[in-house]
Design a protein around this ligand. Structure first.
Ligand SMILES: Cc1ncc(COP(=O)(O)O)c(C=O)c1O
Ligand SMILES: N[C@@H](CCCC[NH3+])C(=O)O
Length: 460
């Protein structure tokens, strides 16, 4: 327990963890886009994801502008695909498109949302290590700009489904081959994706990736657009992206030497890290874009080749810090530990069903009271959910005001990515809404689930 006593001056917000529109009243109430947290909780209930629309748009534009400018300097064009897996809804897909982004999907469901939002097929990519025939056919029918094939078997299957759809050498389906480059990067083993022993892509090792690219060239109904790579997620080390790009450019050069075919495009994936807690530093997008473009330009010059068109697929780094989860505090329980110290368990009205990341990856978050400052005196607390699991922990260790009490609002920032998108109905808990806030107005973009929704699925 750290003791200081009143008066209760609200601790400032660590601005790189909170949405840009976040502010505090003199009494320490959290305000988002001009809307007090208590008003948001009253109007929309808790738990709720509150998303700062302007922040999302600014991040999308930052990626588009930084990468466009950096790669223009080395003579290449760039497409930024927003990775819908991080969070996708019709409104968000529209915002992304309005800010000049395309949309990356990895299932039929994500594809359906992007299409519903009016994103043209040509501006959508489809991924997936185990796409169904129905998903591939839907993508072909929608005229997606790229199907990213993930295995040798899938190359033949996409070609067959393209033929079934009447495609031929004059109406080819554009494909990329997903390549694993052996680069190990990412915040947690479960979110590293380019090392050898995992399920994604075709390995560079033993010439497999080269063989896969050649296999695409052998299918007249497929257009080989390029090679794709994604090394992992929540990466803070910019050097990993450069090392990966070098490997991909070498692969492109090898293919040209062997076949005379120069891949028009390389997709370097997403994975850019953000700050979840005040001690972390988000990746500097503009600097990363400059360094990456510089490295790509230099390698192409060494290889004596043109710089390919580049695409990237950021998800977390666009949406992650735009969103705050608002919870209501329920039971507050001091628990005496073996060493005699006390930990205060602060239960909230959600938990692992709206944020599985702490349980799945040991992810860390921060929080603050959102309706008031609370006392300056703090207690060692653990924020837990309402599920029947002792691992249902939102924040394992945090100092909270010692007068935290049932009915308080608790805000957890940086929950925009892989929060609502990975939400579940565990214990038949209803998934929270996503409320977009902008310029003093709020609107629901994904509504709260209802018991009727749950019961409608149960046809027993
Ligand atoms: C193929 C692919 N592209 C893009 C992304 C988005 O990653 P992130 O949200 O870390 O930017 C992922 C997820 O890691 C992915 O698997
Ligand atoms: N769901 C992960 C990232 C997924 C990466 C998808 N390839 C996370 O929350 O960090």
């Amino acid at each position: 327990m750290s003791a200081t006593g009143a008066p209760q001056v609200p601790a400032p917000l660590d601005q790189h963890v909170w949405p840009t529109s976040a502010d505090l009243t003199p009494a320490g109430e959290l305000v988002l886009a001009g809307l007090p947290a208590t008003d948001l909780a009253r109007d929309f209930g808790t738990p709720a994801f509150v998303m700062d629309e302007k922040h999302f748009r600014d991040r999308a534009r930052l990626f588009r502008d930084s990468f466009t400018e950096a790669f223009a300097a080395v003579g290449a064009e760039v497409d930024v695909y927003y990775a819908g897996k991080s969070f996708l809804s019709v409104a968000v897909a529209r915002w992304a498109r309005e800010e000049g982004l395309r949309v990356d999907t990895c299932t039929g469901g994500e594809l359906a949302v992007a299409l519903r939002a009016g994103v043209p097929g040509a501006e959508i990519g489809l991924h997936g290590n185990n796409k169904s025939d129905a998903e591939i056919s839907r993508a072909i029918e929608a005229g997606v700009g790229r199907v990213v094939v993930d295995s040798f078997a899938e190359i033949d299957r996409v070609a067959e489904l393209a033929r079934d759809a009447g495609r031929d050498s004059s109406t080819r389906v554009p494909v990329m081959v997903r390549v694993t480059t052996g680069i190990h990067a990412g915040g947690h083993e479960f979110i590293s994706t380019a090392h050898e022993d995992q399920k994604f892509g075709v390995s560079l090792t033993g010439g497999q990736a080269l063989a896969a690219l050649r296999a695409v060239l052998d299918h007249p109904e497929l257009e080989l657009l390029g090679a794709h790579t994604h090394i992992g997620s929540q990466i803070q080390d910019a050097a990993a992206f450069e090392a990966n790009a070098r490997k991909m450019l070498a692969l492109r050069a090898d293919l040209e030497t062997e076949t005379g075919y120069l891949l028009p495009e390389l997709d370097l994936g997403g994975g850019y890290g953000i700050a979840y807690v005040p001690s972390e530093t988000p990746i500097d997008v503009a600097a990363l874009a400059r360094d990456l473009a510089g490295a790509v330009g230099a390698v192409c010059a060494e290889l004596g080749t043109t710089v390919p068109r580049i695409s990237i697929e950021p998800g977390r780094s666009v949406v992650g810090s735009t969103t705050v989860t608002l919870y209501t505090v329920g039971v507050v329980k001091p628990v005496t530990l073996d060493d005699g110290s006390v930990r205060t368990y602060v239960s909230v009205d959600g938990g692992m069903s709206d944020n599985i990341r702490p349980a799945l990856y040991g992810a860390e978050y921060t929080a603050r009271l959102a309706n008031r400052s609370g006392s300056a005196e703090t207690v060692r607390a653990r924020v837990v959910g309402k599920h029947c699991e002792s691992g249902d922990i939102v924040i394992s260790d945090i100092e909270l005001p010692s007068d935290v009490t049932p009915g308080d609002l608790l805000a957890v920032p940086a929950t925009g990515a892989y929060g609502r998108s990975m939400a579940s109905n565990y214990n038949h808990v209803l998934r929270p809404p996503v409320v977009a806030v902008a310029d003093g107005a709020a609107r629901v973009i994904v509504r709260r689930e209802t018991e009727d929704d749950l019961l409608a699925l149960d046809v027993g």
